[in-house]
Unconditional design. Structure first.
Ligand SMILES: NC(=O)C1=CN([C@@H]2O[C@H](COP(=O)(O)OP(=O)(O)OC[C@H]3O[C@@H](n4cnc5c(N)ncnc54)[C@H](O)[C@@H]3O)[C@@H](O)[C@H]2O)C=CC1
Ligand SMILES: O=C(CO)COP(=O)(O)O
Length: 325
């Protein structure tokens, strides 16, 4: 069995390493010819995942047709903002696994990445792979667990079997909506946790924020048809903890740097993608249009997009109406 990985950032590369480490041939598609050539020459992705050797079973290429040729399924690991345009340009695969963690805002509607994949490609077999999985650790064979969710149980099991290794444990789930939203929304809470870190507000504050953040994720997720229980698993609270507390997390670190003077414009120019910056805007617009309260999302939005003083935005969370937990 061969697999195509679309997107040669840190995560696409790490997932390719997982598959190739067990002898699965992988076509790793990079948008830029120069990156594909550099990976071929150095057998390393120095731009996005330096220090990790690419096993021989990985075939880097900028030719999507070559990457997809004979693949049983394609793993989508491109940033959510580029998703639609990238997919529209590529040949179709028999099935898709989304590894992208974000939301796509289109004309006032919020779309999940798997919905966009389904719509653009017409594929019927679509799964989401999501969990507490920093690429830097997964690619170095440190132990990790993840979830593959699909409404097609057979496909979820196929993907589970493809990715499972002695150090990468894969669970299945039928709650695709819950698994997908857990991965997207935790980035917003991780931005907020980074702001707490940047302001040196302490461990108690970070724990309170993560816990109330989980509540906010559940509140939104349930309105979208997710099962509440899913958010208490690996792809929910598991990923929230990994992202909101890790030195690897780009979202957490972006929050920290934004309150210390980094501008949004400078952040957007950086090479690595910080999905939470787009997710928070999409969620904020959605919540305002529907009158749904998402207080942490609102605070993060105001700091990132309205340049509100972060102390003021976070104090507003403390000063909300008192109520039972
Ligand atoms: N890095 C990680 O540990 C994890 C990342 N993810 C998710 O995977 C997705 C991809 O992230 P990473 O691999 O970390 O990316 P990255 O930050 O390492 O690299 C960015 C990637 O996006 C590509 N890119 C940028 N603009 C593009 C455009 N306009 N069209 C096509 N491609 C474009 C770049 O070429 C590069 O491959 C994101 O949704 C992220 O949230 C999920 C789990 C873990
Ligand atoms: O999703 C991730 C870990 O599970 C990666 O998080 P960051 O994008 O914040 O680095």
């Amino acid at each position: 069995m061969k697999v195509a990985v679309l997107g040669a950032g840190a995560w696409g590369t790490a997932l390719a390493v997982v598959l190739a480490s067990k002898g699965v041939p992988v076509g790793l598609w990079a948008r830029r010819e120069a990156l594909a050539e550099a990976m071929l020459a150095a057998r390393e992705n120095r731009d996005y995942l330096p220090g990790v050797a690419l096993p021989p079973y990985i075939q880097p290429t900028a030719d999507a047709g070559e990457a997809l040729e004979g693949a049983a399924f394609a793993v989508v690991a491109v940033p959510s903002k580029a998703l639609r345009a990238v997919l529209a340009d590529l040949p179709a695969a028999p099935a898709y696994v989304s590894a992208t963690k974000g939301l796509v805002a289109e004309g006032g509607a919020l779309r999940r990445v798997s919905e966009v994949i389904r719509e653009v490609t017409g594929a019927r077999r679509v799964a989401v792979l999501s969990g507490p999985n920093h690429a830097e650790e997964v690619a170095r064979f440190l132990p990790a667990a993840t979830v593959v969710a699909s409404s097609d149980e057979g496909f979820a099991r196929e993907v589970q079997a493809a990715f499972t290794t002695p150090w990468f444990r894969v669970y299945t789930s039928r709650d695709l909506v819950g698994v997908e939203l857990g991965g997207a929304l935790k980035n917003v809470i991780a931005l907020a946790a980074g702001m707490v870190d940047g302001l040196r507000l302490g461990d108690n504050a970070r724990a309170a924020l993560i816990t109330r953040g989980l509540r906010e994720i559940v509140r939104f997720g349930v309105t979208q048809g997710a099962r509440e229980q899913t958010f208490y698993g690996l792809s929910g609270v598991g990923d929230l903890i990994a992202t909101a507390t890790s030195l690897h997390s780009r979202n957490r670190s972006a929050g920290e740097r934004l309150v210390r003077g980094l501008t949004l414009e400078a952040l957007e120019r950086e090479r690595q993608v910080v999905e939470g910056v787009y997710t928070v805007r999409a969620l904020y617009d959605w919540s305002r249009a529907r009158g749904v309260e998402l207080p942490i999302t609102e605070a993060v939005y105001r700091v990132v997009y309205e340049k509100e003083d972060p102390i003021r935005a976070l104090s507003a969370l403390m000063g909300r109406e008192l109520k039972p937990e």
